[in-house]
Design a protein around this ligand. Structure first.
Ligand SMILES: Cc1cc2nc3c(=O)[nH]c(=O)nc-3n(C[C@H](O)[C@H](O)[C@H](O)COP(=O)(O)OP(=O)(O)OC[C@H]3O[C@@H](n4cnc5c(N)ncnc54)[C@H](O)[C@@H]3O)c2cc1C
Length: 308
């Protein structure tokens, strides 16, 4: 007889793994299907210092602890898969993988998260991986004693700029406004670091190089003057895009393509919930994804009880 899970969770970042922990601990037959790396964006983070109860830890370690917790409670996790069909209406929800495997469940929790946003300027495609990076943890080590730019003014930009001073000889933060959006302590840390300097009210306009990135064009947004700056690398931390394209026309989103959910994490489809960076919300943190994963899982559990 074909297997029908109680809960199928799509995405194994902080939100999905937490939903998996709660559902399997609640004795629900739980499957997590994950495209990409287990842990999602946590794995991109060099050090997570603001997850309560856990001392500063590399993101991949926190991800591994969450994965182990979910598995220990009996959750099945399948990763490095590609889902090509979603049939989420009706009492039994079905997804079909690229390799034609079919998985079914009575409820679904969507936790596909998001990915870093790029600047969308000339030279991007040529120099991605050859000087342009979106992950200090992954690529910082390539920039020992090099001069780099960090683009952005939020927490990620300032915290990762500080991390990158462990490798680079000089880090210049380029930010479009005259103030940062990051928390005060992150701004303070960056400002007191002697390797970090700032170019405010400015934006990158072009990546230039031959085999690898060599310089960038920067526009001062007040004077519109464009200057060129020699650089070995550029790290971009300018926000994120939700991974919701696959659900276009299935799950209701806002104009930023973020899933719209209610306080119980219910989407527009009965028995389908969503949590984490994919939903419409203000703050995207491990703690917020974990909280929403918890709510989505408990809501799915209640839904299953009422369906019996
Ligand atoms: C550089 C950086 C530094 C950060 N630093 C911190 C920090 O210090 N503290 C903090 O609290 N937060 C930090 N954050 C934010 C935090 O990492 C995220 O808010 C959180 O991890 C998001 O978790 P999530 O589960 O919602 O999504 P994600 O982590 O994005 O996980 C989603 C997973 O789902 C997979 N997926 C995508 N689509 C599908 C699909 N259709 N089916 C199945 N799987 C799919 C993805 O590949 C991914 O593995 C940082 C983020 C970045 C990028």
């Amino acid at each position: 007889m074909e297997k029908i899970y109680d809960v199928m969770i799509l995405g194994a970042g902080a939100g999905g793994l937490t939903a998996g922990i709660y559902a399997s601990r609640g004795k629900l037959d739980t499957l997590i299907l994950n495209e990409g790396v287990i842990g999602g964006q946590m794995v991109l983070t060099n050090e997570i210092a603001n997850y309560p109860g856990v001392e500063t830890t590399p993101g991949y370690e926190l991800a591994n602890i969450m994965k182990k917790q979910a598995k220990d409670f009996g959750c099945t996790i399948k990763t490095n898969i590609k889902i090509v069909e979603y049939h989420l209406d009706g009492n039994i929800k079905t997804v079909v993988l690229e390799d034609e495997r079919v998985f079914k469940a009575k409820s679904v929790i969507l936790t596909p998260g998001g990915r870093p946003r790029s600047l969308d300027i000339p030279g991007e495609k040529e120099f991605e991986g050859r000087g342009i990076s979106y992950c200090a943890t992954c690529d910082g080590d390539f920039f020992h004693d090099k001069e780099i730019i960090v683009v952005g003014g939020g927490n990620s930009a300032l915290e990762e700029a500080v991390t990158l001073t462990n490798f680079a000889s000089k880090v210049t933060i380029v930010h479009q406004f005259n103030e940062f959006q990051a928390f005060a302590h992150a701004v303070e840390e960056a400002k007191k670091n002697p390797k970090i300097s700032f170019i405010m009210e400015s934006e990158l306009r072009e990546y230039i190089g031959s085999d690898k990135l060599e310089k960038v064009k920067i526009e001062n947004l007040r004077t519109h003057e464009i200057t060129e700056m020699d650089v070995d690398g550029v790290f971009v931390f300018v926000g994120y895009k939700p991974n919701t394209e696959a659900f276009d026309g299935i799950i209701t989103t806002n104009d930023r393509m973020e899933f719209i959910v209610d306080a119980a994490m219910k989407t527009n489809i009965e028995g389908v919930f969503a949590a984490g960076d994919c939903i419409a919300k203000r703050y995207r943190q491990v703690t917020t994804s974990v909280a929403e994963g918890t709510i989505a899982s408990l809501s799915a559990s209640e839904y299953l009880r009422t369906k019996k």
